[in-house]
Design a binder for this molecule. Structure first.
Ligand code: AQP
Length: 332
């Protein structure tokens, strides 16, 4: 079976709609037919505004619970926490030494995220995190990486580093392909449809899967649209309306064309109301299941330990091969 690996950061108190539609929904589908590894990437979560230690621990459990509530089954996939596997930073170091400074500097997420903070918020970790991400992926010899469109450039870097390592030290890593959904690959901020929806942007433009029904309705009611009043999918000229159509289509399973047809000639208010209903129909049972899982943190931790053991079986083999290829003296 082909292998897949992907990760999500435990930043914020809940995953947002874009995380689910752009990535996690595919993770759930890919448990069948793929050898699937999914990781809560907590090492990445301290790259920008490191959270309070207790909050980071809590958020790690929340994301893990949300992933299970979304449909991941710890028996059918390996669901684990990145910091439980020391192999991730151990491989990352080697890949850092293979990465050009200019190459890392071209990463647009680094530019976006560092532009948002002051100089004191820009640690070296924010600069090198795409390389740690490459290690996350290459350790598992992943064939596919199911991610949203925003991660395409990082995946390209991963492919480049795998090829560079293989040509310098001999065939060691599988060169992975991105697996990006055709629809909903990039969910946009409701208040600023020129930006992607993100946990680290202001709350009003981001729907969290933990938001209650009233909050979801309010955020959607206030979503920025345009002045021509026509419900039509046109990402270039009508990004706000197209975003609402894409969200509705993804949650109802309808095609974009079917949504356009359903709302032809109607006002934006009607569309927003319907999107709110389809999001809430998913979010309410999802929140209830998440709460149940969080009620028993010991069981959740046990599931994550089980996932870490499955991940370690693969990661330790890859790391030993890579270290040996580089020429590090093996421990006896
Ligand atoms: N707006 C989006 N549309 C589609 N996919 C998205 N993803 C994130 N935002 C969108 C996908 O979600 C997965 C996990 O993302 P992450 O939390 O690890 O990091 P991120 O991409 O940086 O997500 P956020 O929400 O924007 O978090 P912050 O603000 O903390 O950095 C990835 O596969 C990503 O493509």
């Amino acid at each position: 079976r082909p292998r897949v690996l992907s990760g999500i950061q435990p930043t914020g108190d809940s995953m947002q709609l874009g995380n689910y539609l752009g990535a996690v929904k595919n993770w759930v589908t890919m448990q069948d037919g793929y050898d699937a590894y999914y990781c809560v990437v907590d090492l990445h979560a301290i790259t920008l505004d490191p959270p309070e230690p207790a909050a980071l621990r809590e958020r790690t459990r929340i994301v893990a619970a949300q992933l299970i509530a979304a449909g991941l089954d710890p028996d059918r996939c390996a669901l684990f926490v990145q910091s439980h596997l020391p192999e991730h930073p151990q491989l990352s170091w080697v890949l850092e030494c293979l990465t050009g400074f200019g190459e890392a500097n071209r990463m647009t997420q680094f530019k976006d995220k560092s532009a948002r903070g002051g100089a004191d918020r820009q640690g070296v970790g924010l600069f090198t995190y795409p390389i740690l991400q490459a290690a996350d992926i290459l350790l598992y010899q992943a064939d596919y990486v199911p991610v949203g469109e925003d991660q395409r450039q990082h995946l390209e870097l991963t492919r480049t580093l795998a090829q560079r390592f293989n040509s310098r030290y001999g065939q060691t890593f599988t060169v992975p392909d991105a697996y990006i959904p055709k629809a909903a690959a990039k969910i946009l901020d409701l208040q600023d449809p020129s930006a992607k929806m993100s946990k680290s942007r202001p709350d009003a433009g981001t729907i969290y899967l933990a938001d209650d029904a009233a909050t979801i309705s309010k955020k959607l009611k206030r979503a920025v649209t345009d002045l021509d009043g026509e419900i039509r999918f046109d990402e270039a000229h009508k990004p706000g309306v197209s975003n609402l159509i894409a969200i509705h289509a993804a949650f109802t399973g309808l095609s974009i064309e079917a949504v356009e047809a359903e709302f032809a000639g109607q006002g934006y208010g009607r569309l927003k109301g319907a999107v709110a209903e389809s999001v809430i129909a998913f979010a309410q049972p999802f929140a209830a299941r998440t709460a149940e899982l969080l009620d028993d943190p010991a069981e959740l931790d046990r599931l994550l330990a089980h996932g870490a053991a499955k991940a370690a079986a693969v990661a330790s083999v890859t790391l030993s091969r890579a270290y040996e290829a580089v020429g590090f003296l093996p421990p006896v």
